[in-house]
Design a protein around this ligand. Sequence first.
Ligand SMILES: [Zn+2]
Length: 273
Amino acid sequence: MDLADRIYVFSGDSLLLRDDIPDAQSALGIPAELLEDLCGPSSEPDIFEIPAIDAPGTIRGALLDSGRDLPPRWRTLSVRQGLSFVSAGETVDGRGPLGRMLRAYHVAQWRRDSAYCGSCGTKNADAPDELARLCPRCGRREYPRIAPAVITIIINETGEALLAHNRKFADGVYSLIAGFNEAGESLEATVAREIREEVGLEVRDIRYIASQPWPFPNSLMLGFTARYAAGKIRPDGEEIVDARWFGTGSLPRIPGYGSVSRYLIDAWVEGKL
Ligand SMILES: [Zn+2]
């Protein structure tokens, strides 16, 4: 399917899928002509077009009101679940069909949240010259918000990695320590602070490895490595309920493909970090 012929349709935090199209294909956009089947001829969904980053052309998206009744044959799939259609090594840098879907999802949410000017409350218009909202009254521009977050694989002197179970994870799943950058803080300082707060360790040699758009709701996830320096593992008990050193031969359940956490864990297992 050509890029211009498909459209990513979102309702709240979900993709809209039709039963006669395989889920994996729907996650990459539905044929644009199906939009009327979904919305009805009289409805006017918020359809937007944005430049694709990795290829010529535009990405089309539509945001429907959440909670609306769906016509027969249509159903929803959470965008997070849509990520499971990625294969090993894909989307880490946000390119490809799934990367475009994440870009459309980020912009769809931003459009919903920026409908009105943050300064004077007037209904915003779309800027004609760039991806921004433009207030017709006071001229304020608003751009898609991107919140940096860090995720770190900590490696100790015997080559083991620290994996932690977060209260929010599925049973038995262990992943890396992550958290949001604070105003006025460097990314390296965020890495050190989050590790100190969540598992009580000190680290050194903090190095950037890779990043990934993570629009849940609007993050850019930056992946780092760090070496263990000092301290005893002490899970904070709030977010992190267990954390341990694991060798490459004795891994617990880890996140699926498509996340930068999985990318970092795989790179460590393969001896690349
Ligand atoms: Zn304004």
